[in-house]
Each structure stands twice: as C-alpha cells, then as structure tokens.
Design a protein. Structure first.
Length: 71
C-alpha cells in the first residue's frame, strides 16, 4: 500500500481515504514485485511512499498461530 505522507521521514499518511491498496499476495516475492512497480511510478515524488504490509503479523503479532494439519 502507499500514498502521500505528511513527512517523508515518517510513515504517516496524509489522507487515509486516498491510500493506494495495491493488493494481497501469496508470497513475499510477489508482494515485492508489486511494491517495486508501484514505488517506481512515483520515484520523483518525495512525499509518496509505498510499503509492504505483513498481514500475518497484524493478525497474529505473537506468532502463536499454527497451520491446520491436512489429513
């Protein structure tokens, strides 16, 4: 995700309503490729910032979840 930030040194978006949600990806490599493409489009704008958000860390910050076993 990405968008215009209030301060280029921090990650505080100027307007959450205009944040660009690029997508949800099955692996880090796919997310990184999408991040690179999005960031490259705005490379000349210091107030635009794109980041990869690790959703699994938001859903399970302690890292305690276990994958269900498949029988």
């Amino acid at each position: 995700m990405g968008g215009r930030v209030k301060d280029p040194q921090k990650l505080v978006f100027d307007d959450l309503g205009t944040v660009d949600l690029v997508g949800v990806f099955p692996d880090y490599a796919s997310a990184e490729a999408a991040w690179r493409a999005a960031a490259q489009r705005t490379v000349d704008d210091a107030e635009m910032r794109y980041v990869i958000v690790h959703l699994h860390r938001l859903l399970d910050p302690a890292g305690e979840a276990v994958d269900p076993q498949v029988d």
